[in-house]
Design a protein around this ligand. Structure first.
Ligand code: DX5
Ligand code: ZN
Length: 228
């Protein structure tokens, strides 16, 4: 019987109204979000561009809880300090972003923030085996990073299970990111995930003018995850 973990829902503001980010962050937290997931893209590591540190700093006063910054950028190291100063609580870098992920994770830890490491779908769990003592979060990408609204790659479930086994008793969140819906959330949780990133599944049908829908979407994900 797998241990019962408290599931955290982390809405990705990539699916929010880009003209209204402050209000969107307040709305999802008021509606039950645990983390606010901020997808940083550089048009180089991934084929899309999103937020810089100035945007994160501007969002910070609108987020009471955890600001979870997912860096899909290369290189990472020159920007760590800026995202730390912008108020990120968790800073996640990709294992594929450069030859020195160990140094990157050290640099994140030196800022006093929680270091996370993310794996693309083509990267095996073993790539992070020697990094687990340095991180507070492992993020398994269940889509190829760059865009919201893609379909969950169920071939990644065995990787989630493998990582849960590798993590053992360490206090490390196992996050799943991409294509999380009420259908796929229980699969990810059953495999061992405890943090569910969800963009489309949280924001669809709602708006800052109608935030109750965000709450319904978040509760639906929680209920589906709880049934795992
Ligand atoms: C993909 C991002 C994800 C994604 C989630 O590159 O890291 O956070 O936007 O969006 P959905 O839930 O729509 O797949
Ligand atoms: Zn993400």
């Amino acid at each position: 019987m797998p241990a019962i973990r408290q599931i955290k829902i982390a809405p990705s503001i990539l699916a929010a109204d880009f003209a209204n980010f402050g209000a969107e962050c307040r709305a999802i937290e008021a509606q039950g979000a645990d983390f606010v997931h901020v997808d940083v893209m550089d048009g180089h590591f991934v084929p899309n561009l999103t937020f810089g540190p100035a945007m994160c700093a501007a969002l910070r006063p609108h987020i009471k809880g955890v600001m979870d910054v997912h860096l899909m950028i290369a290189p990472v190291d020159p920007f760590i300090e800026a995202y730390a100063k912008a108020g990120a609580d968790i800073i996640t870098a990709h294992v594929e972003a450069g030859p020195h992920i160990h140094r990157t994770l050290q640099a994140i830890a030196n800022t006093g923030k929680v270091a996370g490491v993310a794996l693309n779908p083509g990267t095996s769990a073993e790539a992070v085996a020697d990094l687990l003592d340095m991180v507070g979060l492992v993020c398994v990408m269940t889509v190829n990073p760059g865009f919201g609204g893609q379909s969950f790659l169920s071939g990644q479930l065995s990787k989630i299970a493998r990582l849960r086994e590798m993590i053992g008793d360490r206090p490390i969140h196992l996050q799943v990111d991409g294509g999380v819906t009420v259908t796929t959330a229980p699969l990810a949780v059953r495999a061992g995930a405890d943090v569910l990133v969800a963009g489309s599944a949280v924001f669809s049908g709602g708006s800052v003018a109608d935030p109750a829908r965000y709450g319904e979407n978040i509760r639906a994900l929680r209920t589906a995850a709880g049934a795992a």
